[in-house]
Write a protein that binds this ligand. Structure first.
Ligand code: DX5
Ligand code: ZN
Length: 213
């Protein structure tokens, strides 16, 4: 079980300090939300920011690309220090080619699906990837409410893939619902507002306690 705080909700003026606080508080991964203003109605940052923070932490960099044509930018994110790259099934024409490109850099590859996307479209690729990211809000913004209809997708994937597969859930997770989502079969939990809106250390401790991670 791993906690992946999303820097989408961080204070970018003191990003280095906040990332280091996340690491010192015992979170395992850092979730990095890249948005292009096309695939989602919001813009965040690109590889240059990832490269800048890479120098200050050993956290596993879990890069979530919410962008059109992700294959154009994968190499740059690898060079910037990504340990894992997850792209959206809805954003590419050729899912297999995108997986192969990520794997050619010897990092972990994941596929993300939006709340309204049928989980069956990614099933043919599960043996080629390291992780599935189930979006539990419509991507674009932090601080939204968890969409409980995705519970069934998590349960289904856990059932067909068994215990060794990473299932990450992203959006609307807090200390009230984290245990339920883990109970459905998630083992990597993204949390943005629930980590950064209050004291980071206390918030991570509260999430871990609520989930028994
Ligand atoms: C949403 C992003 C999420 C977001 C989660 O588009 O992919 O990673 O930061 O934020 P919270 O935890 O606030 O829902
Ligand atoms: Zn995300």
């Amino acid at each position: 079980m791993k906690l992946a705080p999303s820097i989408l909700s961080a204070d970018f003026g003191i990003l280095k300090e906040q990332v280091q606080e996340v690491e010192e508080s015992g979170a395992e991964w850092l979730h990095i939300d890249v948005m292009d203003g096309h695939f989602v109605p919001n813009i965040t940052f690109g590889p240059v920011v990832v490269k800048s923070i890479r120098r200050y932490t050993k956290l596993f960099f879990d890069v979530h690309l919410m962008i059109c044509n992700p294959e154009k930018y994968i190499e740059e994110f690898v060079k910037a220090g990504a340990d894992s790259i997850t792209f959206h099934a809805e954003a590419v024409e050729d899912i297999e080619a995108c997986i192969e490109l990520i794997k050619s850099f010897h990092i972990k590859a994941g596929i993300a699906i939006n709340p309204d996307t049928d989980v069956e479209i990614i099933v043919p690729y599960l043996d080629m990837i390291d992780m599935v990211l189930i979006m539990s809000v419509h991507p674009g913004f932090g601080g939204q409410k968890y969409i409980s209809e995705v519970d069934e997708k998590i349960r289904y994937l856990r059932k067909i893939k068994g215990d060794e597969f990473d299932i990450e859930v992203d959006g609307g997770i807090n200390s009230q619902n984290i245990a339920h989502i883990i109970g459905c079969g998630a083992n990597i939990i993204v949390a943005g507002s629930a980590v950064f809106e209050d004291d980071i250390e206390k918030s991570i401790a509260a999430l871990k306690e609520a989930s028994n991670i």
